[in-house]
Design a binder for this molecule. Structure first.
Ligand SMILES: [Zn+2]
Length: 318
C-alpha cells in the first residue's frame, strides 16, 4: 500500500498498515483454521465459520454489509454455511456493534450482563440487547468450536470482555491496544483508567499468538501489546516525575483570585512535562505518535488517575 505524502505528520511506518481492501472496501483474512477477521482498514470484526453456522464477533457499522459479503466469500471457498447464527458483543459501543441488526432477529446474541444493561439503557434498535448474558465467564460452543468469554473488570468500557479462542491460538480484545498505533484521545476514550492501564497484562496472561484489537488493518502480535504496555508505563513514570517536580504554588499565586486559571496553568504544565518526552520517544515507533493531542490527552488522563484513583492528590494541610 502506498501512502500519500502528508508533510505535516511523520510518515506511517509500513508495518503499521494492513493488507489492501478490495473494491467493496473490505479485506477478509484467515487468522487460524476457520477463524477469520474482516477489516475496512480502520475497524475490525471476526467470525468463526463452523459446520453448524457462522459466529460473528462484533458488527462495526463502518464495515456494515461487507460483514456478510466477507462471510459469503469464505463460506463459498470453504464449502460451509454462510448463515450467521450467533453474534458476540465485545462491548456495548455503537462503533463496534451498530450493524448488529442487519443479521436479523433469529441470531443468538451473547454479551456481558453490563452490555445488556447499557444496550437497554441506550435503546438503539440497531443494537439488540444480548439474549445470553454472563457475569464472569461463559463458554460458547458452536459446531465443534469453543470460545471462552471473560470479564475481568472495567477498562475501556465497563463491559469490555476478553474473547479467547483456545483452538485458534487467538485473543480478541477491543479498544485498548491499537496495533502499531498510539491510542487516540484520553486513553483511547476509556472510562476506567486504572482498568485500562492494567488490561494489557491480563491480555498477555492468556496463551495466544494472534490478537484481534478491533482497529486498523492488521492483526496484532504479543510484541505489539508489549510496546503499547511500555508506552503507557512511560507515560505513568513521566507523570509521576512531573507531578513530583512541578510546584503548583506559583501558578495559583500568579492567578489569584482566579483559582481555575491557576488549575489550568498548573495542570497544563504537568501535562506538557509528562507528554513531551513520550511523544519524542515514540515518534517513528508507533504510528501517529506525533499527533501530540493523543499523547497529551492520554497523559492528562493518566496523571489525573494517579492523583485521584491512586492518590495522594496532594499534601494534607497541617
Ligand atoms: Zn469502544
Amino acid at each position: 500500500m502506498t501512502t500519500p505524502d502528508r508533510p505535516e505528520y511523520a510518515p506511517i511506518p509500513p508495518s503499521a498498515l494492513g493488507p489492501a481492501v478490495n473494491d467493496q472496501g473490505y479485506y477478509v483474512g484467515r487468522v487460524e483454521r476457520n477463524l477469520y477477521y474482516v477489516t475496512d482498514s480502520v475497524y475490525q470484526a471476526a467470525f468463526l465459520a463452523t459446520r453448524d453456522g457462522v459466529v460473528m464477533f462484533d458488527a462495526p457499522p463502518s464495515i456494515g454489509h461487507n460483514l456478510q459479503r466477507a462471510v459469503d466469500e469464505v463460506a463459498a471457498a470453504e464449502g460451509v454455511s454462510n448463515k450467521v447464527t450467533h453474534l458476540v458483543y465485545s462491548h456495548h459501543h455503537d462503533d463496534h456493534s451498530g450493524a448488529s441488526s442487519i443479521f436479523g432477529g433469529d441470531v443468538v446474541r451473547i454479551g456481558h450482563e453490563e452490555t445488556k444493561r447499557l444496550l437497554l439503557r441506550d435503546g438503539n434498535p440497531a443494537r439488540p440487547a444480548p439474549d445470553i448474558t454472563f457475569a464472569d465467564t461463559y463458554t460458547l460452543e458452536v459446531g465443534g468450536e469453543r470460545v471462552e468469554l471473560a470479564w475481568h473488570g472495567p477498562n475501556h468500557s465497563p463491559d469490555n470482555i476478553y474473547i479467547h479462542f483456545p483452538g485458534h491460538d487467538t485473543l480478541m480484545f477491543i479498544d485498548v491496544v491499537n496495533a502499531g498505533w498510539v491510542p487516540i484521545y484520553n486513553t483511547n476514550l476509556s472510562e476506567d483508567v486504572p482498568g485500562y492501564m492494567a488490561a494489557p497484562a491480563i491480555a498477555l496472561s492468556y496463551p495466544w499468538t494472534h490478537f484481534i484489537c478491533g482497529h486498523l488493518g492488521r492483526l496484532a502480535t504479543r510484541d505489539d501489546v508489549a510496546v503499547h504496555q511500555q508506552y503507557i508505563a512511560d507515560i505513568e513514570a513521566s507523570a509521576q516525575e512531573a507531578l513530583a517536580s512541578v510546584d503548583p504554588v506559583p501558578f495559583y499565586t500568579a492567578a489569584w483570585p482566579n483559582f481555575w486559571a491557576g488549575v489550568k496553568a498548573h495542570l497544563d504544565t504537568v501535562t506538557e512535562r509528562t507528554a513531551a518526552p513520550v511523544v519524542a520517544k515514540y515518534t517513528g515507533v508507533l504510528a501517529a505518535a506525533d499527533i501530540e493531542i493523543f499523547t497529551y490527552t492520554t497523559s492528562f488522563a493518566i496523571m489525573q488517575s494517579l492523583r485521584l484513583d491512586r492518590g495522594p492528590s496532594g499534601p494534607v494541610h497541617p
